[in-house]
Design a protein around this ligand. Structure first.
Ligand code: G6P
Length: 479
C-alpha cells in the first residue's frame, strides 16, 4: 500500500473540530473542547501530523483539509453505519460491557459486521496518511480492530492504542461473542495503554485466557507470520489528565471569578452549593446522587434554600434507548425532589440539560462548595481533575466515587461507594461540615497531583514508551 506523508497520525472516532457547512458549501470549524487535541496539537503542528476521524455528521465526505495546524482526514459514516457501528456496537454493546454491565449489553451480529467494516475504513485511512516508518496512535473502544488491520496494511509503522474507558474483568469480557477478534485487534499494536493498572491486568488476563500467547509481566509475545520476526506488545497504565495549567488560568480570570459570584447570587446565596457535572450517562451515578441528596433534604440534614444542588447533565447519545430511559428517570426524580422540597423561586435541584463553554464550567467549579462525582464505573473522570485545577483558592471539597480511575490518583478526596446511599449521605455531610484547615490540606494534596500530572505529561509518557518499542526491520519499510 502506498505510504502517506505524515510522521504522526492520530486515529479517533471523532475529529478534533466541530464542522459547520456554510450556505455557500464552504467549511468552517471550531476546535472541540477536550484535552486530547490540546495535548497533541503541539506535536502535530511540529511534525505535520494527521488526524483521522468522523466529523459527527451523517454522510459527511470531504477530502483531507488543514485546520488547527494539522491535516484532518474525515471518515464518512452513513446513517445505517452510525446506527450499527456508533450507537449500536460501540455504545449499546461495548460501552455497557466495559462499564460493569450497569445496563445489559446487546449483542447483534449485524452491529458487529458494521463495526468490523467501519474499523477497516479507519485503518485504511490511517494507512494512507502515515509516512514510511511513522507512528499511528489509535484511540478508544470504537476502534479496537484498527491496530491489527493497520499492521497488515502497513507493517512498517509503530502503532499505539489507548483505551479511554475501563477494560472489564475477564469474567465479563468473555460474554462478548467476538472476544477473540477484539483481543487480536488490540494485539496489532506495539503498546496498548489503559487508564488504571487494573485495566491493563484485566486485558493481560483476557490474553492469557483467550490465546496461547506467552505473557510475561506487561509483555505479550506475538509470533511473526509469513517469516516476519516475533513482536512484543506491551500493556500498561497511563492515566490521562487535563491541561491543568490552562484550566487553572481560566478559573483565575477576573470575569470567571465575577461570574462565580454572580452564580451564587442567582441561586439565592445558599450556604452550601453542591455541584454535579456529567454527560447524561448511566455510568455516572446521577440517580444515586439525587437519591442521596433527596434523602438529606427529607431527613432535614440539609434544607432549601440554605442548601441547593446544581446538576449539569450534557446531552449525550440521545438516540440510544438506555440514554432515553435514563433521561426520563433523572428528570422525574429532579421534578419530585423540587416538588417536595423546593419553594417559589427556590429550587432544590437546578437541573441543566445543556453543554456549557469552559468559562461557565470554570465559574461553576469556583462557585461550588462540594463537587459530587458518583460514577458507578468511569475510566478516569476528568471533571474531578478540572474541579481540582480550578480551585487554586484551595476552597471546595471533592466527593469522589471509588469506581473512577481518578480515585487511584486523587487519594486526598473523600471517597464513596455510590451504591451505599447511607455512606454517601454521611460523606456529603462530612464534606459540607469540613473545617477549613482540613479542606485546604486535602485540596493542596489533590492539586499537587493534578497540576504535575497533566495531559501533556500523559501524552509524552505514552509516546515515549511507544518510541522505545522495537522498530520493524528495514525490509518491512515501504520503499
Ligand atoms: C467518552 C469516550 C469518548 C467519547 C466521549 C463522548 O469519554 O471515552 O471516546 O468521545 O465519551 O461520547 P460521544 O459518543 O459523544 O463521542
Amino acid at each position: 500500500m502506498p505510504a502517506g506523508e505524515h510522521e504522526f497520525v492520530v486515529v479517533a472516532n471523532r475529529l478534533p473540530v466541530d464542522i459547520t457547512i456554510e450556505d455557500d458549501g464552504s467549511l468552517s470549524w471550531e476546535r472541540s473542547p477536550g484535552g486530547l487535541v490540546t495535548a497533541l496539537a503541539p506535536l502535530m503542528q511540529k511534525n505535520g501530523g494527521g488526524w483521522v476521524g468522523w466529523s459527527g455528521k451523517v454522510g459527511f465526505e470531504h477530502e483531507p483539509f488543514d485546520a488547527e495546524g494539522m491535516r484532518l482526514c474525515p471518515v464518512p459514516l452513513s446513517e445505517g453505519e452510525i446506527a450499527r457501528y456508533y450507537e449500536g456496537f460501540s455504545n449499546a454493546t461495548l460501552w455497557p460491557l466495559y462499564h460493569d454491565v450497569i445496563v445489559p449489553p446487546e449483542f447483534h451480529r449485524a452491529w458487529w459486521n458494521t463495526y468490523t467494516s467501519v474499523n477497516r475504513r479507519f485503518a485504511t485511512a490511517a494507512a494512507e496518511a502515515v509516512a514510511p516508518g511513522g507512528t499511528v496512535w489509535v484511540h478508544d473502544y470504537q476502534l479496537q480492530l484498527v491496530p491489527s488491520v493497520l499492521r497488515m496494511l502497513r507493517p512498517d509503522v509503530k502503532i499505539g492504542f489507548f483505551n479511554h474507558i475501563p477494560f472489564p474483568p475477564v469474567e465479563i469480557f468473555t460474554q462478548l461473542p467476538w472476544r477473540h477478534q477484539v483481543v487480536e485487534g488490540l494485539l496489532g499494536a506495539d503498546l496498548v495503554g489503559f487508564q488504571r493498572p487494573g485495566d491493563a491486568s484485566n486485558f493481560l488476563r483476557a490474553v492469557r485466557r483467550l490465546t496461547d500467547l506467552q505473557v510475561r509481566g506487561p509483555q505479550v509475545t506475538v509470533p511473526g507470520r509469513w517469516s516476519r520476526p516475533d513482536r512484543a506488545v506491551r500493556a500498561q497504565a497511563f492515566p490521562i489528565s487535563i491541561d491543568s495549567t490552562a484550566f487553572e488560568e481560566l478559573a483565575r480570570r477576573p470575569d470567571v471569578l465575577e461570574r462565580a459570584k454572580q452564580i451564587r447570587v442567582e441561586l439565592g446565596s445558599p450556604d452550601v452549593l453542591l455541584l454535579g457535572v456529567d454527560r447524561l450517562d448511566y455510568t455516572k451515578g446521577i440517580r444515586h446522587r439525587l437519591k442521596a441528596f433527596g434523602e438529606l433534604l427529607e431527613d432535614g440534614q440539609l434544607r432549601v434554600p440554605e442548601a441547593c444542588m446544581v446538576q449539569v447533565a450534557s446531552p449525550s447519545r440521545e438516540r440510544v434507548e438506555q440514554y432515553k430511559t435514563l433521561r426520563d428517570e433523572v428528570e422525574v426524580t429532579v421534578g419530585r425532589i423540587n416538588g417536595d422540597y423546593g419553594a417559589l423561586g427556590r429550587a432544590a435541584v437546578h437541573y441543566l440539560h445543556h453543554s456549557y463553554p469552559a468559562t461557565e464550567m470554570a465559574a461553576l467549579y469556583r462557585a461550588a462548595d462540594v463537587m459530587l462525582v458518583t460514577s458507578l464505573r468511569d475510566g478516569m473522570n476528568l471533571v474531578a481533575k478540572e474541579y481540582v485545577a480550578a480551585r487554586s483558592d484551595l476552597g471546595g471539597a471533592l466527593v469522589l466515587s471509588e469506581f473512577t480511575g481518578a480515585a487511584d490518583e486523587l487519594t486526598h478526596a473523600l471517597t464513596i461507594n455510590p451504591h451505599d446511599i447511607d455512606g454517601t449521605k454521611a460523606t456529603v455531610m462530612r464534606a459540607v461540615n469540613m473545617d477549613r484547615k482540613e479542606s485546604r490540606r486535602r485540596m493542596r494534596g489533590l492539586r499537587r497531583r493534578v497540576m504535575q500530572h497533566d495531559v501533556q505529561r500523559w501524552a509524552d509518557d505514552f509516546l515515549g514508551y511507544l518510541a522505545m518499542s522495537v522498530p520493524p526491520p528495514p525490509d518491512l519499510r515501504p520503499p
